[in-house]
Design a protein around this ligand. Structure first.
Ligand code: AMP
Length: 418
């Protein structure tokens, strides 16, 4: 027996109402903030991700699905959405458009992680990117938009974690201080952190091992090393957030798992669950476009994990609107009736009325049972009697009430959307 690959799930029909609800809210919030949709390929040149996410990150070293195609080109399944959007921005000359260019995507992402609740090898992200403007007002707008997305879904008990990790001019000084601090404590570090200390010191701060927590908690803070430009940027971001009455927690250990971030970084987490179950995160990435071959172009963005959003909606008991069902079920008895049913189904559908026609030749009882389980509001019954009288029986599936109608009367009743 074949099974879905480890760490992947099928999204079954009964789950779809949650997913369509989340997607619709994402599109709605994007419209409110002026973002347009962009779809990029599921795979890209592997180097796009290696260069942007960073060679020393877990995503690149342990999690990326990399493969050679038949021509020997090194490709990777998208592990995140920002780098492809930046690639498309450069490739399509979007720097010629009025800036910032605001783009959003809803797309699967692939990471070879250890599967657990809320952590999959294929997951889905809703992300937005505002490219081409360094204004701190845009950082706070993106944070506000992320929160608006979650609250408009009905989610509660979330916190915003905020930090600034500086820029290429002030970060080296901070990294020096961080390294010095960790070197003094190297003996107490986990093996992974010993490597991080050499290869990518910023990653030390998001180590999940118990033994490293105390060390990370008391480590130097990036915000104490910001250059005047980064400091004033961060001050404006927090000032705007306060003016929007958007509460946030300053978290000096928040560095995000990708190397391209500069200045503002943030995450939205459920109160219960913390960083491990972050619903979304983002920040500014002012050097990325240039690093990928474009002109120097500041940008800021955000991505939410849709799988975790759906899990949290269920956990918090938030009802979602049901998906529309076909309005009518057609039951038929006998060959002649079946022929009439085929024509009636086609004509109702051409009027925009959703129809499920019974297939096979089951008893009326069995056919109505099927109508019941489908949840259609009405069943139309065509039997010998109906054929003889050139009428149809319309049964209200909720009240059980039945009426005998001519085809024209039936169309009039159903056409009113009753
Ligand atoms: P990241 O940019 O890595 O923080 O990813 C953005 C969001 O995607 C996270 O906040 C999670 O909600 C979600 N996410 C990341 N990795 C996974 C995964 N393996 N499975 C499910 N959701 C994920």
């Amino acid at each position: 027996m074949y099974k879905a690959p480890r760490g992947t799930v099928d999204i079954l029909p009964e789950e779809q109402a949650f997913w369509r609800y989340v997607e619709a809210k994402a599109a709605e919030v994007c419209q409110l903030y002026g973002y347009q949709r962009l779809d990029t390929p599921v795979f890209e040149e592997a180097a796009l991700f290696t260069r942007s996410i960073g060679e020393g990150t877990d995503i690149v070293t342990k999690e990326m699905y990399v493969f050679k195609d038949r021509s020997g080109k090194q490709l990777a399944l998208r592990p995140e959405g920002t780098a492809p959007v930046c690639r498309a921005y450069i490739e399509h000359g979007m720097d010629n458009l009025p800036q910032p260019v605001k783009l959003y995507y809803l797309a699967p992402a692939f990471r070879y992680e250890r599967p657990q609740a809320g952590r999959y090898r294929q997951h889905y992200q809703f992300g937005c990117e505002a490219i081409g403007d360094g204004d701190p007002a845009l950082d706070s707008e993106v944070i506000h938009m992320a929160c608006q997305f979650f609250t408009s879904l009905g989610l509660k008990e979330l916190t915003v974690q905020l930090n600034s990790i500086g820029c290429k001019s002030c970060r080296p000084e901070y990294i020096k201080a961080l390294k010095g601090y960790y070197q003094e404590r190297a003996a107490d570090l986990c093996p992974d952190c010993k490597t991080r200390l050499e290869k990518n010191p910023l990653r030390l701060l998001d180590c999940k091992r118990q033994g490293c927590q105390h060390i990370a908690d008391n480590s130097p803070r990036s915000t104490d090393y910001l250059c005047p430009e980064c400091r004033s940027h961060f001050e404006v971001v927090t000032e705007f957030l306060r003016s929007l009455d958007l509460p946030f927690n300053f978290n000096h250990r928040l560095v995000r798992g990708l190397d391209y971030y500069t200045k503002t970084v943030f995450e939205v987490q459920p109160l219960a669950g913390g960083a491990q179950s972050a619903l979304g995160g983002g920040g500014r990435y002012d050097d990325l476009i240039e690093q990928l071959g474009g002109k120097p172009t500041p940008a800021v963005g955000f991505a939410a994990g849709m799988d975790r959003v759906v899990l949290t909606l269920k956990k918090q008991g938030i009802p979602v609107p049901p998906l529309p069902l076909p309005e009518v079920f057609i039951a038929h008895l006998g060959n002649e009736a079946k022929g009439e049913a085929v024509k009636l189904a086609a004509s109702l559908r051409s009027q925009g009325i959703g129809v499920v026609m019974a297939s096979g030749d089951r008893s009326l009882k069995a056919q109505l049972r099927q109508a019941n389980s489908l949840g259609t509001g009405y069943a139309i019954i065509i039997g010998e009697e109906e054929i003889k009288n050139r009428k149809l029986t319309l049964r209200n599936m909720v009240s059980g009430e039945q009426q005998s109608l001519t085809p024209a009367e039936l169309r009039a009743v159903l056409g009113k959307g009753t």
